[in-house]
Design a binder for this molecule. Structure first.
Ligand SMILES: Nc1ncnc2c1ncn2[C@@H]1O[C@H](COP(=O)(O)OP(=O)(O)OP(=O)(O)O)[C@@H](O)[C@H]1O
Ligand SMILES: [Mg+2]
Length: 156
């Protein structure tokens, strides 16, 4: 559990998180409205060195940010509010026919509370919560694959 007092701390945490991410990853950002999911995605985007400003994909379902350096990976940023509930967002996102495939990208999905449980495939859950004093707390929960090991690497 990490405490993030300001939005800058959330950005910094996202940049650090980017260090353990690689192509094919699915990262689910969960938390209530205004928790800081998009702010976290901005930090990850900065850490991955992707182009374009990372904003709330409210009027589009998903947006691709191409890497700005050789050997970089694209970041696919999705707002799942538009999706409703899905067991396999990866397949759904590939069906959108974006200019990137999820297996070659890092995919970040902003997901509402209580929507993560039905996710079947391996993924990293980044659970952000808002405290009464307006600070945020974040918890990383690795589901399947080598996520537990990678989460430990970040924690250590
Ligand atoms: N520690 C913090 N981390 C993140 N955001 C913070 C923090 N403190 C304050 N904020 C503010 O809270 C708001 C969070 O907005 P953001 O769009 O990132 O949330 P969200 O979870 O993506 O919301 P939505 O559910 O609408 O997609 C921003 O205005 C941001 O500046
Ligand atoms: Mg958002």
């Amino acid at each position: 559990m990490y405490t993030l007092p300001t939005v800058e701390d959330t950005h910094a945490f996202g940049r650090r998180l980017a260090g353990i991410l690689r192509a094919g990853d699915l990262v689910v950002l969960s938390g209530p409205l205004g928790a800081g999911k998009t702010a976290m995605a901005q930090g990850v985007g900065a850490g991955l060195d992707v182009r374009g400003s990372v904003t709330s994909p409210t009027f589009v379902i998903a947006r691709v940010h191409q890497p700005d350096r050789a050997g970089g990976v694209p970041m696919v940023h999705v707002d799942a509010y538009r999706f409703g509930t899905l067991a396999d967002p990866r397949a759904e996102i590939d069906d959108l026919d974006l200019d990137a495939s999820v297996e070659d990208s890092v995919t970040l999905v902003e997901w509402g509370e209580g929507m993560v449980e039905q996710l079947a495939d391996s993924h990293l859950e980044v659970r952000i919560d808002r405290r009464d004093d307006d600070t945020r707390v974040v918890e990383l929960i690795g589901h399947g694959g080598d996520w537990p090991v990678r989460v430990e690497k970040l924690d250590g």
